[in-house]
Design a protein. Sequence first.
Length: 85
Amino acid sequence: MAYQKLQAASAAAVTPSDTTNIPAPSLGENSGCTLYVGFGGNVRVLTAGGETLTLYNVVTGTFVPVNVLRVYATGTTAQNIVALW
């Protein structure tokens, strides 16, 4: 069984962008982060696997357990999104 890490070592506010990935917290390569959604809505993301998808109706206070590289501005209505590594 795989071990799931439940604590983040680093966090940063996310500014949705259609062209820029979420910057990694260190100078290393960004392999993706999980998200915390502070105010609910839709979240359109680029996953670490290269897929673009929209998570519809994400509830306020939800953690999104997907390795995310980018949160798109277009298609995202949720707010107060935090990246967690």
